[in-house]
Unconditional design. Structure first.
Length: 252
């Protein structure tokens, strides 16, 4: 089934299982990794297991984080739906990827995002210590740090992932793409207000957005740009400090 035709989590899961079976047949070296898929009854349990395995540095931590993810998925089905949307978003936006299995097993940005979804659920349940422990583990093992109190939509793609920092209270909309070494966080002089990133925004490598700043829907932030003021919807911000370009085209 083509990626764009996936209509349900069950169909997505069956597609992933078929990819795993083919991968094992074509290359036995992949057997152990792909078997992770075949060893689990559904998408939610596979994602929970991957979260625990990737961010846990020891067996007790891996078990602890897997249990937390399993509990979160069971309590809030929207987390599983979001994980499915995030995986399909990778297929739509990364032309180098043609199947679901490689990003599921290998893309640390995807796993870090699902670990954040679990930590955010824990945060909302008042289990702050475990939530922060998961954030720390993800930062240590995956080099991606997302505060549990942040708010992130669905169909989000953390491409490459290394060095991404998303701070407390940051709000990120649906369909956002974030490349490596991006920082989105509050300013120390005004810790009550954090950046707000709209739908469909593209944050290029090395971009920095700090403080009480709004980035409108479908805006683009150029590589290495330092954003010090609001970016209207559809505009592109480049440079240090960032200046706006292409806003006229966006308004047409």
């Amino acid at each position: 089934m083509a990626a764009g035709a996936i209509a349900s989590i069950n169909q997505l899961w069956q597609s992933i299982r078929r990819e795993a079976e083919v991968a094992i047949e074509c290359d036995p070296v992949l057997g152990r990794s792909a078997a992770i898929v075949l060893d689990h009854p559904d998408f939610a349990s596979a994602v929970a297991f991957l979260v625990g395995q990737r961010i846990g540095a020891s067996e007790p931590d891996r078990s602890r984080f897997t249990r937390a993810a399993t509990e979160a998925h069971g309590a809030e089905r929207a987390l599983v739906d979001a994980a499915a949307c995030d995986l399909q978003a990778i297929i739509r936006r990364d032309p180098a990827i043609t199947g679901f299995l490689p990003p599921l097993l290998n893309f640390k940005g995807y796993v870090a995002l699902q670990a954040w979804r679990v930590s955010n659920w824990l945060w909302r349940q008042g289990r702050v210590d475990l939530a922060l422990m998961m954030q720390s583990a993800s930062a240590d093992q995956l080099q991606i740090s997302i505060h549990p109190s942040a708010a992130i939509g669905t169909s989000v793609f953390l491409d490459h992932g290394t060095g991404i920092i998303i701070g407390a209270l940051v709000a990120i909309g649906d369909e956002v793409t974030v490349l490596q070494n991006v920082t989105v966080t509050r300013h120390r002089d005004d810790p009550r207000r954090a950046p707000r990133i709209g739908r469909g925004v593209y944050l290029s490598a090395g971009a920095m957005i700090v403080g009480d700043i709004s980035v409108g829907d479908f805006a683009k932030i150029g590589a290495g740009a330092v954003v010090t003021s609001d970016v209207p919807s559809g505009c592109t911000a480049v440079g240090t400090p960032a200046r706006l370009v292409n806003c006229a085209e966006a308004a047409m």
